[in-house]
Design a protein around this ligand. Structure first.
Ligand SMILES: *Cc1c(COP(=O)(O)O)cnc(C)c1O
Length: 354
């Protein structure tokens, strides 16, 4: 039987998507060829790419609003660099909410002045900074909507005229937001959309072409848009599986539907963390992520017992990030509510044993 997969990334994917993907590896579209051995310029694959790009915009409600979607390589980590390369003239504002935000800041510093407008470093990033101001003359404001590692999530975004750029790697398609507020959104596929190997970037086209520096071909968003995400051979398998996952989400009822499920899963687990005296949450309550819930045991001597209990129950991927410790339950879109119930039952069993 399939395990209850709480992995932070690469993440759980819907079973029906895995089945369709494995069929396509053997025989794609009944063409008697594998998806991964046909030309990316073939009609069959061009249709996949087109579908993936249009589904991304459709799910976010960004069709016909001046946005383009592209699937790139190099992970979300390359976007840290590309964002600054393509958008930073003089000065950019960044919110430092943890490791990923920090990596983005590091890359941007090579291109201009980087203002850290807020940081939660003082408390190991266990909260989201608030009350910061974004200077009106910044070229853009960059933030990370969900800190995958520590388990915080931005519930609000600043009201500003400055371009909003957001790394949504670990909560893309998980909740409804006013996506039109953002000029650029990027997300590595492997957290909530598909397998590793591709990164979705959604860009409001009008913000491009304004920096004076020369941009290397493969780092230039305008090139990728003009070439319709085929500037070079794309990650065909990763794009295909992402497309299937987006189609799965659309058929279920889109972000509106999945947000309700995600809220139920998060409420079930956080309620138990707060109720059960053997556990304690790691981050500020108001900033808790619906995607990655982090917690520790109040009595460290129970670790071995608890670890055996959950792994015996078929739970996988529950260990916290090596930099944080404790536990991290990642509850991405494809994780069923039932899996969270199994975890909560184990937490209650541990309490009953004590
Ligand atoms: C995992 C992650 C990244 C890094 O993604 P790669 O695709 O491995 O480069 C960046 N940002 C966030 C929020 C992440 O969770």
């Amino acid at each position: 039987m399939k395990k209850h997969n709480f992995s932070a990334g690469p993440c759980i994917l819907p079973q029906e998507v895995l089945e369709k993907a494995s069929e396509a590896v053997l025989n794609f579209n009944d063409d008697d060829l594998s998806l991964i051995e046909i030309s990316h310029r073939s009609k069959s694959f061009v249709e996949v790419m087109e579908k993936a790009r249009s589904l991304a915009l459709e799910l976010l409600g960004l069709e016909n609003k001046g946005y383009k979607a592209v699937f790139l390589q190099g992970g979300a980590s390359l976007e840290f660099l590309m964002v600054a390369y393509n958008l930073l003239h003089k000065k950019a504002a960044y919110l430092n909410t943890g490791t990923w935000a920090n990596n983005a800041i590091k890359e941007a510093k090579a291109f201009g002045e980087v203002l850290e407008v807020g940081s939660s470093k003082d408390k190991d990033f266990n909260y989201i900074p608030k009350g910061y101001t974004v200077p009106e003359d910044a070229d853009y404001f960059h933030c990370t909507s969900n800190n995958t590692i520590v388990g915080t999530q931005m519930k609000a975004f600043p009201e500003t005229n400055v371009s909003l750029v957001c790394d949504m790697s670990s909560d893309i398609f998980s909740r409804q937001l006013d996506f039109e507020k953002f000029d650029l959104i990027y997300a590595g596929a492997q957290k909530n959309m598909g397998p590793a190997g591709t990164t979705l970037v959604i860009i409001k086209e009008e913000i491009l072409g304004k920096v004076e520096r020369q941009i290397p071909t493969m780092l230039d968003y305008q090139v990728h848009i003009a070439k319709e995400s085929m500037a070079n051979t794309p990650s065909v398998f990763a794009v295909y599986v992402s497309m299937l996952t987006m189609q799965w989400l659309k058929d279920l009822g889109g972000i509106k539907f999945i947000e309700e499920v995600n809220n139920k899963k998060a409420a079930l687990l956080y309620t138990e963390i707060d109720r059960n005296s053997l556990f304690t949450g790691i981050v500020a309550k108001e900033d808790r992520s619906t995607m990655n819930a982090t917690f520790t045991l109040t009595d460290a001597s129970l670790k071995e017992t608890f670890d055996v209990m959950w792994s015996t129950a078929g739970i996988s991927g529950l260990n916290g990030h090596r930099s944080v410790g404790g536990y991290r339950a990642s509850m991405y879109n494809a994780l069923p509510l039932y899996s969270v119930q199994v975890l909560v039952d184990i937490m209650q069993e541990l309490e009953a044993k004590k």
